[in-house]
Ligand binder design. Structure first.
Ligand SMILES: [Zn+2]
Length: 263
């Protein structure tokens, strides 16, 4: 990473102090950098709070049975944000806020987080590694930013690194051979997605080659697990996705399955 930016909040160890520091550093005009990749303008704090709040609201609605599934098309994304640190465009870890809320407020014992963003969700792993209430299943391009997820992951982390150039075949094999058996064994009571669409072949942020149809397919596979163990409950949070055409089409594939429109 580059030099310390002058606006960067001091290294904190208390998550609450981190949240307060983000409120204090939020600019009323112009832009401040929290780290070399993550900046805030006057609208960012509100968007970041709403993104994390969407995870809480969606979890509440799904847990109360008012809806069976929810998709939150939020920005900024969340899965690189650690307990006390912004990173990679992420300020608060939205999916982690939803998962923790499901455990603390709704008393769930087992929550699964499915992360198909092209980048490893290092923040989510940082927050939940060795947490018996959470199983995280992910794929990500490796070696690639943020260069994590492969060294001795905790037992509740089902991480499948994929080489640059990997496409549908490798992705579907990873899901079938690694994710689904682990999810079947874990029996999640709620499933959350870190739904990043930047592994799409048209997205030049990275070098995986997923198709629109892969996103519908993986959602079907995971929805089967959710129907089996979680009364179909799914909360999905948008993460990356930078080729807007591919992002839109892939998100539609994902949402059609969540909405039960593919049956
Ligand atoms: Zn990403």
């Amino acid at each position: 990473m580059g030099a310390q930016h002058p606006e960067q909040p001091a290294r904190l160890t208390d998550p609450l102090k981190y949240v307060r520091a983000i409120h204090e550093i939020a600019p009323s005009e112009g832009t401040v950098h929290l780290d070399p990749d993550t900046a805030m303008n006057p609208w960012t704090l509100r968007a970041a709070l709403r993104a994390a709040g969407a995870a809480v609201l969606a979890t509440d609605l799904v847990m109360k049975g008012e809806v069976q599934t929810a998709f939150c098309p939020v920005r900024p994304p969340g899965h690189h944000a650690c307990r006390t640190r912004s990173m990679g465009f992420c300020i608060f870890n939205n999916v982690a806020v939803g998962a923790r809320h499901a455990i603390e407020a709704h008393g769930l014992d087992r929550v699964a987080i499915i992360d198909f963003d092209v980048h490893h969700g290092n923040g989510t792993e940082d927050i939940f590694e060795n947490d018996e209430h959470v199983l995280m299943a992910s794929i990500f391009q490796h070696p690639f930013y943020p260069y994590s997820g492969t060294e001795d992951p905790a037992p509740n982390m089902v991480n499948v690194p994929l080489a640059a150039g990997s496409g549908s075949r490798e992705f579907r094999a990873a899901v079938t051979k690694a994710w689904l058996p682990a999810l079947d064994e874990f029996k999640p009571q709620l499933v959350l997605f870190s739904a990043g669409f930047d592994a799409h072949a048209e997205d030049d942020m990275a070098m995986l080659r997923f198709t629109d149809a892969d996103y519908g397919w993986v959602t079907e596979q995971v929805a089967d697990i959710a129907r089996r163990y979680a009364d179909g409950r799914i909360v999905s949070m948008l993460e990356g996705g930078y080729a807007l055409g591919a992002l839109g089409r892939s998100a539609v594939q994902h949402i059609r399955v969540l909405a039960g429109l593919n049956a």
